[in-house]
Design a protein around this ligand. Sequence first.
Ligand SMILES: [Ca+2]
Ligand SMILES: [Ca+2]
Length: 377
Amino acid sequence: MARSISRRRDAQDAGALLIKLHSKISPRPFFFPSPRQSQPLTSMLSYSQPLFPTSVIRILMALVLVVILVSTLVAYPPRASALNQISPPEATPSSMVWIPKGKFWMGNAEFSDALPIHQVEIDGFWMDKTEVTNAQFTRFVQAKNYVTYAEEAHDGLPAGSFVFIPLAEEEQSNSWWTFVKEADWRHPHGRNSSIENQETHPVVHVNWHDAVAYCEWAGSRLPTEAEWEYASRGGLDRKRYPCGNNLLPTSQWQVNIWQGLFPQANKVEDGFRGTSPVASFPANNYGLYDMSGNVWEWIADWYRPDYYSISPQQNPPGVSQQDSFDPYEPGVAKRVQRGGSFLCSDHYCSRYRLGSRGKGEPVSAALHVGFRCVKSN
Ligand SMILES: [Ca+2]
Ligand SMILES: [Ca+2]
């Protein structure tokens, strides 16, 4: 009997020693309970049932994997196109705003060359808030010793540019543009005029090549026609003006155009007979000023009136120079202009409305044409 008791104690001591060794060389998973000293050795050594069912363990492990995956995505987001982000991929220059990627309906049913109205997708880009001003263009000219096209003689014509000269009330003429010698960006109305106190007005008498040179100097470029129209709409869908379908939602004019009978009687109800300082009127929903009126703006694209029937849906680049066509002046390749000017009115030129198009020879310059730049890296 005593021998039997001694054997049981020996067995219990051996069992305790084995438990101690086992616990050192084989750490327990967190979901296994501690073996209890009171359990029989055989029970403890053969213990293999988890505290929780296998399904619960799988769910817990799946949750851990999800947490790891989400943490990784937050720390290392997928490398999507930088320009397809809602937020700008890098800091926005103070003179520009970020135009996020998106889709819009391009065109305007009121104009035959702006049909068909079609959906276009545009990558994000930065755009100048305002037309390029005289002050900005002065810095460029000084930095590059740049001479604009209008400041030099070309093809038998002296230096000069086209100036709008309103007709007298009794005059019956359709020629209100006059080539004025020595009219240029520093002298908008000719030799005896200047841009003194007009530093914040848009630069004018710049041709397409002058505009491209400025944008390159500024580290940017001219917008495509689709980019410009997308930005001009400010997120509004197929509206006529940057402020909606009502040109005068209040008694205050929202754009610098012509009021009264063109070209004889400018009532100047908006406060400006000619150009206005940029940002004199409310910005559109993207924070862009004068996307309708003030001065026409040069566009990168070549003009063709039926381009919308063949243009690609994504980031349309316009036609080639060879395919450029103006039915009113066949054989002359033209670049697109957008936005209308202080000379637009519903009586004569309603192309200050959103979605409408203009055009001009790349070498041409005039009193009512300027530009702004965009950037997309
Ligand atoms: Ca005006
Ligand atoms: Ca404008």
